[in-house]
Design a protein around this ligand. Structure first.
Ligand code: ZN
Length: 506
């Protein structure tokens, strides 16, 4: 009886947050810009209603009773649900309501200031708002609590298992490997990729990209694909998982790889255990949104795995290049599959994170994470962030930042108070390689990949990662799947192998 009440209230929280998500999807795909202000209020109302229900007396009573019931069955999914609701209640009880309001309000006003500063290409305009945001986030960290470093409190809300100490080691090892490899790659003769730029019918691009997403396993009958300026995946239970993509009429590879990336996120959501639908195991009760995947980093591991390990492989294009060439015979008629494969894997250092290739991408993430860490610790004043950014870009990538819009103002994350998320793009890359290495050791997975049959790989991921949803945190999942927690070695080996092949390095 009491467990039924617990599940009923948990289901209602999930419903409210799914409703907020569909408002968010609409606002990023269909809504006229004039709806933005009231839409923000509508989403906030639903999110606060979910938080209030989570912390209500009714939920506290139901939770007490459910906790007593599952006490004899530790390790079950029900026990995990109860544990997660208890942890979330405790977390939200610690954060003063005034601080939540202050952060939400500031996220809106700081975003406006950031957008203006970006237009003017002047960080100084944004600096006072950033100072305020750093102070609010530090207050948040103090309220949430931490053992060693205030940034730990923020990191763990996006990815349990991320700590300053752990990231310093992981990212340091990555930089030591990638910087010299990138130097070697960028000094080598570059593959011609001019045929990827020109004029490409957008409708035909969408058609090919959608077909490829379905080939790797995205179930379009339980989703849809639209276009958006900033592509994303979003789910309203595993039965309705939507993707957006970005199509450039001038660039061929953008739509394909964006779609494969978002399809990777979508496949994850579509393969969560159906028993978790409308439960706490399909709800992020800390950040308050409905989602099936366990964390930012694990989610990114799934998108990167399909985008980079499958989608940028020779075997993938050996099978699918004919379809693409048939769609664009004028542009690709004289381009061989080998030329195409090298072109889509070309690496060039740049100032922009979102335009970065597979090899240089993490370098952008590493220095952002260090700047965030030092901002939250109070050891880097906001007034010095622009110089720190420009120096780090030069040191890591060897390129000079032309202006603040191309530099320190290029990402929206700080304006909206998201300190602690950048690192998860790299965590995703590392985890993707670790999972892919173990999966590809299975003979049926390897045989499938060679024949463009993705069913065995998807089956392996479903069994070891996807079906578990939010039941286990990242390092538990990785340890069950690969025998160890997060380990950068497979990723470093992958980068050396891939760019060694593309650039014929010895
Ligand atoms: Zn992603």
């Amino acid at each position: 009886m009491s467990r039924a009440k617990f599940l009923e209230l948990s289901g209602r929280i999930n419903d409210l947050l799914n409703a907020a998500s569909i408002l968010a999807w609409d606002s990023r795909t269909m809504m006229p810009a004039s709806g933005a202000e009231t839409r923000g209020q509508q989403i906030a109302t639903l999110t606060v209603a979910a938080r209030d229900l989570l912390c209500s007396d009714a939920m506290r009573h139901a939770l007490d009773a459910a906790e007593a019931e599952v006490a004899n069955t530790p390790g079950t999914a029900e026990a995990a649900m109860v544990e997660q609701v208890r942890a979330a209640q405790t977390y939200h009880d610690r954060i003063p309501v005034a601080l939540v309001q202050q952060r939400n309000l500031l996220a809106v006003t700081a975003h406006e200031v950031w957008a203006g500063a970006t237009r003017e290409k002047d960080f100084a305009i944004f600096a006072p708002a950033l100072t305020e945001m750093v102070e609010v986030c530090r207050a948040w960290a103090d309220a949430a609590g931490y053992e060693k470093h205030p940034y730990d409190a923020l990191l763990t809300t996006y990815e349990q298992g991320n700590t300053v100490a752990g990231l310093d080691q992981l990212l340091g090892r990555l930089r030591d490997h990638v910087v010299p490899l990138a130097r070697e790659v960028h000094a080598a003769p570059q593959p011609d990729d001019s045929f990827l730029f020109g004029s490409f019918d957008p409708a035909r691009q969408r058609q090919v990209a959608s077909a490829l997403a379905q080939q790797i396993g995205y179930d379009l009958s339980r989703g849809r694909i639209d276009t958006a300026l900033h592509p994303f995946e979003i789910s309203f239970t595993r039965e309705d998982v939507r993707l957006t993509t970005w199509v450039s009429p001038k660039s061929l590879s953008k739509a394909i790889f964006t779609t494969l990336h978002e399809a990777g996120h979508g496949i994850y959501e579509q393969n969560i255990d159906p028993a978790f639908t409308r439960t706490p195991l399909a709800t992020d009760l800390i950040l308050l949104y409905a989602v099936g995947g366990v964390s930012f980093g694990m989610h990114e591991s799934q998108s990167r795995l399909w985008e980079n390990h499958v989608g940028r492989s020779r075997a993938f294009w050996a099978r699918h290049y004919g379809t693409l060439r048939d769609a664009f015979p004028d542009q690709l008629g004289s381009v061989s599959v080998e030329q195409f494969w090298r072109a889509i894997n070309r690496s060039a250092p740049g100032t922009h994170r979102t335009h970065a290739d597979e090899l240089t991408y993490d370098l952008h993430v590493i220095f952002r994470t260090e700047i965030e860490r030092d901002l939250i610790a109070g050891t880097l004043p906001v007034a010095e962030v622009r110089d720190a950014w420009n120096d780090a870009t030069k040191a890591a990538l060897g390129v000079s930042v032309p202006d603040d819009a191309e530099g320190v103002l290029q990402d929206v994350h700080w304006a909206t108070g998201q300190f602690g998320t950048f690192c998860n793009y790299t965590v995703g890359n590392v985890v993707a390689a670790q999972l892919f290495e173990t999966a590809a050791n299975e003979s049926d997975v390897a045989a499938g990949l060679a024949q463009a049959d993705y069913t065995p790989l998807r089956g392996w991921l479903r069994e070891h990662v996807m079906r578990h949803g939010r039941r286990h945190i990242r390092d538990e999942l990785l340890t069950k799947a690969t025998g160890r927690p997060i380990d950068p070695a497979p990723y470093l080996a992958h980068l050396t192998r891939r760019f060694g092949e593309v650039y014929d390095l010895n």
